[in-house]
Write a protein that binds this ligand. Sequence first.
Ligand code: ASP
Length: 465
Amino acid sequence: MERTLIKNLHGKVGEEVMLRGWVAVRRDHGKLIFIDLRDRSGMVQMVALPNHEEAHAITSTLRSEWVVEIKGLVNKRPPKMVKVEWPTGDIEIEITEVTVLQEAETPPFDLTEDTELIDEQVRLKYRYLDLRTERLQKNIKTRSTFVQKIREHLFSQDFTEIETPLLTESTPEGSRDFVVPSRIHPGKFYALPQSPQQYKQLLMVGGFERYFQTARAVRDEDLRADRGFEHTQIDIEMSFVEMEDVMRTTEEMMIAVAESMGHSIKEKPFPRISYKDAIEKYGADKFDLRTEEEKKTGVLAYAWVIHFPFFEKTDNGKWTFTHNPFSMPIPEHVEWLMKGENIGDILTTQYDLVCNGFETGGGSIRAHTPEILKATYKVMGNSEEEIEARIGHMLEAFKYGTPPHGGIALGVERCVMNLTGEHYLREVQAFPMTRGGQTAVMNAPKELSPEQLVELGLSVKRRPE
Ligand code: ASP
C-alpha cells in the first residue's frame, strides 16, 4: 500500500490508507486509545478499538515522538464532533495495523506546545526537535515559499542566477571579517564574504546585466535580535539603471510576492522619505508605519529612505562611508566628490527599504568609472598605494567598458520575520546561533588539533586583556 499524506485524507473517506509519521500525543481511555499523528503535511486523530486486537495492543505502548506506520480506515466524524481548529478535524482514522519504525526518548521539552519560552541553550542543542513544532515548521516553510516566489519573479524579469565565491578577499562592508587560514599559503587568509558586492559589480562588467543570487553573507558583528553572524540576502545587480529603476524593480517584486502570500500592503507605491526627514520625524532611519490595529493583521508597511549622507566622521576625525563605498553620489553632488569639497553634505544614491520597523534591504547606484571610485577612496584618506591595494582590481576592471549599474540586497530573515510576525532572527533560521555565538547542535567555534595548527602554520596566543 502506498503512503498517504495527512493533508490528502479528505479524498480517501471510506478507504483504507497507510500513514507514516510521528506520534504527537496518545490519550489512553482503556478501550479507546487515541493517537494524534503528525507528518510534514499536518495532523490527524486516530483511534484504536478493541476489535482490532493486535493494533490496539501495540497502540497502547506508543509514546510521543515514536515514528510509526499505521494502516486504518478513513471515517467521517459526526458533525457535532468536528474539531474545527484542525484541517482534518472532520476525519478520524480507525487503526487496523501498527508498525513501530523507531522508538523515541522522551523529548527534553514538549513538542506540542510553542517553545518560545524554553531556554535558548536547550532549544538550540535540540534544534532538530524544536524544528518539529508547529510554529517552526510554518516559519521555515514560509521562508522557503518566499525565496521560491522571489526567484520565480526574478526569472520572469530576465534575471540570471549566479553564484559567487565564498573564499574570497575582504570586502569593505563596514564590519569585521570572518577569516579562513590557507593551508597552501601559510600565514595568508581568505575572508568569508560580507556580501557579494564586488563580484556582482564585476558580473556587470562581465555583461550579465541582470544578476541575482540568494547569497549567504557573513559578518563578525555584535549579535542582536535581528542580526546574526550569518544571514541570507536576495542580492541583485542591474546594468543601465538609475535609482528609480532599481527601486521600481524591487518594489514590484516585493508587492507581487507579499500579496501572493496573502499579505496586504499599507501604501502603494511605497512612500519615500529623506534620511534627514526620517531622523526628524522618527528619530531613526527605520520606523514602523503601522497602526496598532494593523500590527495585528499582517499588514506590511514599506517605505524607502533616500538621500543619505555619503560620508560621516570617524572617531579619529577621518571621513568614512555611511553605507557603501562603491556607491555613486546623487548626480548633483558628483562634482563635490571629484573636487573633495563639501564632504559632509554629499548625498549618496543609497536607498534603504524599511518594513514594519526593520531595515529589510538597501542598495545604491555604483560609481562605475575608475575616477569616481578613486575619488571616494581619496576622501577617506587613502594614499595612491592604499587605493591600489584595496580596490586596484575594481579600478582596472572599470577601464574596460563598464555599464552604469546599481543594485540592492534584501535580508531574507528580516523579510520573513515581517511575513511571520516573528521578533527574533532565530525563529526564521533552521540552525541559528546562540546569543553567545555558539552554533546550534554542533560545537563551534572550537580549538583546532595541534596537527591542524601545524598544517596551517598557525600558533594560538592568548589575546592580551
Ligand atoms: N552590498 C550591500 C549590502 O550587503 C547591498 C548593496 O548595496 O547591494 O548591504
